[in-house]
Design a protein around this ligand. Structure first.
Ligand code: C2E
Ligand code: MG
Ligand code: MG
Ligand code: MG
Length: 281
């Protein structure tokens, strides 16, 4: 009796494993085609100042129009792309899409900024600096128009090289945002050594800000002040969170309360309906 149910569990486990491996192999194959076939689209979520309030930038978030599976969210394929290394090619493709969008918007009189999420793996070769310089050139980007987000969990191995890369991007006005801050395991020394510019407080901390403040949020804000970093709070869903963050001195925010990530035309409309900061002034 016990034996047979044990065997059943093994069979169940094997099936689940097989399904998972098959799904990963499928994603790996489909990713390759997807890049070639232009199946990826960037959505744009406004980042706004909490004081004024006005839109200061947009974060680009990828969506995959899969030919048979419909719209696939990044959580389903970014981790696989990280594992297979395809993230390198995908990120470069998406960076180019974002640069093209900035150019298109600029031609329409909308001069804003975009931040793009990239894997920390790019911070291991100076080729990345060349690539970004080329994008600024190809799409005639204004200084600071395109910036980067990396997550705290993607550990950077060579801090000296990473620093060189970040410094190599500074003449373009590229700023480095440390995403999901507070959820990773990086030591504070790491923060101090990398020349990053902005901390993004992870949504999980903002979620806890309902009726009272959170000592971790206070600590992050005070750390940012001493290191002279800007702070963006992500995942603001209600006015109480906004008010609390503003009172604590957090300058910027992002979240469904103001807007979900939007397709490019909706982002264009949103920008004009809302107060905004013009990159040229
Ligand atoms: P992230 O960079 O931390 O992005 C924030 C995520 O939170 C986005 O999910 C966004 O849609 C969602 N979000 C924003 N505000 C709210 C809110 O108020 N409430 C709730 N419930 N959610 C909110 P998304 O678009 O599914 O992206 C998930 C993650 O996938 C991103 O986390 C980022 O790490 C990664 N990612 C997205 N696009 C790219 C990309 O182009 N390249 C790379 N390498 N990673 C990407
Ligand atoms: Mg991000
Ligand atoms: Mg984030
Ligand atoms: Mg996050």
């Amino acid at each position: 009796e016990a034996k047979s149910s044990g065997r059943g569990q093994i069979r169940y486990f094997n099936n689940a494993m097989r399904k998972k491996l098959k799904r990963q192999a499928d994603i790996e194959n489909d990713l390759q085609h997807g890049i070639k076939n232009q199946e990826f689209e960037l959505y744009y979520q406004p980042i706004f100042s909490l004081n004024d309030p006005k839109v200061v930038s947009f974060e680009a978030l990828v969506r995959w129009h899969h030919p048979s599976n419909g719209l696939v969210p990044p959580s389903e394929f970014i981790p696989v792309a990280e594992q297979t290394g395809q993230i390198m090619e995908l990120d470069l493709h998406l960076l180019r899409l974002a640069a093209k969008q900035l150019y298109a918007w600029h031609c329409q009189g909308m001069r804003t900024r975009i931040t793009v999420n990239v894997s920390s793996r790019h911070f291991a070769s100076l080729d990345f600096v060349k690539y970004i310089h080329q994008l600024y050139d190809d799409y005639d980007l204004t200084a600071g128009a395109l910036s980067l987000e990396i997550t705290e969990s993607g550990l950077i191995e060579n801090l000296n090289l990473a620093t060189k890369i970040i410094k190599g991007l500074e003449p373009l006005g590229v700023r480095l945002y440390l995403d999901d801050f507070g959820t990773g395991y990086s030591a504070l020394g790491y923060l101090h050594q990398l020349p990053i510019h902005v901390l993004k407080i992870d949504k999980s901390f903002v979620d806890q800000l309902t009726n009272r403040s959170n000592p971790l949020v206070d600590a992050i804000l005070s750390l940012a002040r001493s290191l002279e970093l800007d702070v963006v709070a992500e995942g603001i869903e209600n006015p109480k969170q906004w008010a609390l963050l503003k009172r604590k001195g957090c300058q910027y925010g992002q979240g469904y309360l103001v807007s979900k990530p939007l397709a490019k035309d909706d982002a264009y409309r949103f920008y004009h309906d809302y107060q905004h900061e013009d990159l040229m002034v």
